[in-house]
Design a protein around this ligand. Structure first.
Ligand code: NAP
Length: 296
């Protein structure tokens, strides 16, 4: 579908995972993109500039700098940085509200916030409740707003949640009971859905979309990696106590209440028909098994 929005789209977090995926998707549609970055000289900012992205330097604690960078844009995509402590949660909320204040000052026609699944209410997970607060602030701002609520990124399986290869067997260990389905989405598709909303080729029902591309239990996730590797696979559910961060402990506790988080992959696919399920993500990213701990 042809974009109905043809002006410049501003992206905060463009040098990171989600913002980077929003930029990729916008450039795929030949949109004009302005990245709001804290250091235009950084390698990642310069890589964006080399792809035709305009750079605007901002300070996330200075609404005036952000408002200036948002001048005359037709859409604004923002995420908020990962918080690993209650202090960082406060900082995350401040960044979100500063960006919204700046969007109000600049009169941005449409703001898309990369939030998190279940942020319709407080759940007792500090770095998710922060997004609920930011959503509320955005709603009250009077701006036209869309919330793109991501579930767990499939990309975690290439980093913090990566399966291992042990004595010829793929082993996945998560602090999640084995009968609970984890909801997940690829970062690529977070970007594609956000871009579709920004370009007005799609609309989120009620201004909100819960992004889920797949829902699989631990044994099913392990099996998907095993199938790709052509190896047997097993899952081991770990206790929450293995997590060093209290924030992550309550987050995984909430993950285990999957039934309290309704989501509908069909809604996501109605906006991005090629939304990846986990097996497709594994293929698309050319995932290969790590070295076997038995032989390395
Ligand atoms: N991991 C998951 O499964 C998952 C799922 C759903 C939601 N989330 C949420 O996603 C968010 C993280 O998104 P992400 O993975 O895209 O982050 P990311 O890859 O770590 O990128 C962070 C971005 O924010 C920018 N940034 C950080 N602090 C800044 C500051 N003070 N001023 C200006 N820019 C700043 C960084 O710019 P620089 O290049 O200058 O550092 C970078 O562009 C978190 O809020 C997390 O809770 C994560």
């Amino acid at each position: 579908m042809n974009p109905r929005t043809t002006g410049t789209i501003a992206v905060f977090g463009a040098t990171g995972q989600q913002g980077g995926a929003v930029v990729d998707a916008l450039l795929d549609h030949k949109a004009r993109v302005r990245a709001l970055v804290r250091d235009p000289r950084s390698d990642r900012a310069q890589a964006l500039a080399a792809r035709g992205v305009e750079l605007a330097a901002v300070r996330a604690d200075d609404p005036a700098s952000v408002a200036t960078a948002l001048a005359a844009v037709e859409g604004f995509s923002f995420m908020t940085p990962e918080a690993n402590s209650l202090q960082e949660v406060e900082a995350e909320i401040r960044i979100g509200t500063t960006l919204i204040d700046a969007a109000v000052e600049a009169g941005v026609p449409h703001v898309v916030f990369n939030s998190v699944f279940g942020a319709d209410r407080e759940r007792g997970v500090p770095h998710h409740d922060s997004k609920h607060s930011i959503e509320e602030y955005l709603r009250k701002s009077g701006l036209r707003a869309s919330m793109v609520r991501a579930t767990a990124f499939m990309e975690n399986f290439a980093s913090v949640l990566a399966p291992s290869l042990e004595h010829g067997e793929i082993v996945l260990r998560l602090p999640l009971p084995e009968d609970v389905a984890l909801k997940m989405i690829s970062v690529r598709d977070v970007g594609r859905v956000a871009a579709a909303l920004l370009l007005d080729t799609a609309e989120a029902p009620g201004g909100v979309i819960e992004l889920v591309g797949d829902e699989l239990t631990g044994p099913q996730i392990a099996a998907a990696f095993g199938a790709r590797a052509g190896l047997p696979a097993r899952y081991e559910a770990l206790p929450l106590s293995v997590l060093p961060s209290d924030l992550d402990k309550v987050m995984f506790q909430e993950f285990a209440k999957a039934a309290e988080y309704p989501s509908d992959p069909a809604v996501v696919r109605s906006i991005e028909p090629a939304t990846l399920d986990l097996a497709e993500w594994i293929r698309a990213t050319n995932w290969t098994a790590p070295a076997d701990v038995a032989v390395s």
